[in-house]
Design a protein around this ligand. Structure first.
Ligand code: HEC
Length: 96
């Protein structure tokens, strides 16, 4: 009897645990093709609406972003590595 309960608990744990992470990973994968783009989006949301509302990426062209992003990255006090991630996100967003 004890053994059956034990097996039951293990099966329960096994059936719950992986499912949640799978669902979360799937959600991230569906929205963004790479981790860098996902991180870029996270930075964009976190750093780019402190002074103004979050801008719609598609409202500006690649050429416009080439001058806007360096200017805004400076304003947001982002490091080069962070700016590169945001650039990845913007580039992807403009293509989609
Ligand atoms: C410290 C304040 C501040 C932060 C942080 C900031 N911005 Fe801005 N942003 C401004 C101001 C002020 C303007 C309008 C004046 C200008 O164009 O310089 C502006 C304008 C813009 C525009 C419109 C530019 C145009 O020519 O129409 C875009 C797009 C933009 N910001 C994107 C961003 C992005 C992306 C980030 C994050 C990397 C960001 N901003 C972070 C202050 C900020």
């Amino acid at each position: 009897m004890k053994k059956i309960i034990f097996v039951g608990i293990v099966a329960l744990l096994a059936s719950c645990a992986p499912k949640t992470t799978e669902v979360v990973e799937e959600a991230i994968e569906v929205s963004y093709p790479t981790a860098e783009i996902g991180q870029g989006k996270g930075l964009y949301d976190a750093k780019c609406q402190k002074c103004h509302k979050l801008k719609v990426v598609d409202n500006y062209t690649t050429e416009e972003w080439a001058t806007i992003l360096p200017k805004m990255a400076k304003k947001a006090k982002m490091e080069d590595a962070e700016t590169a991630l945001v650039q990845e996100f913007i580039t992807w967003e403009l293509q989609n």
